[in-house]
Design a binder for this molecule. Structure first.
Ligand SMILES: [Ca+2]
Ligand SMILES: [Ca+2]
Length: 79
């Protein structure tokens, strides 16, 4: 709900990275080589697997730190 409130004040802008944990939740890797994400700058409390979040994006309301989000979210741009 916090992110919802913030997205009303500011347009939700996000960019997908190649990071994902599609293969195994919590096991974050970079596509396409599935190289482990060792130095991922996650936002506070992220990744939180809210519902089903398997793709790592950069969000404006997290000062462009990483957040895990629904891979099918249409409010994200592809880098
Ligand atoms: Ca996940
Ligand atoms: Ca998240």
């Amino acid at each position: 709900m916090v992110s919802k409130a913030k997205s009303l004040r500011y347009p939700l802008i996000g960019f997908w990275t190649a990071g994902n944990d599609i293969i195994a939740d919590g096991n974050w890797v970079w596509a396409p080589d599935n190289e482990p994400m060792k130095f991922a700058p996650w936002g506070p409390g992220e990744p939180n697997e809210f519902g089903k979040e398997d793709c790592a994006g950069l969000l404006n309301f997290l000062d462009f730190y990483l957040n895990d989000a629904d891979c099918n979210s249409i409010s994200f741009f592809h880098m």
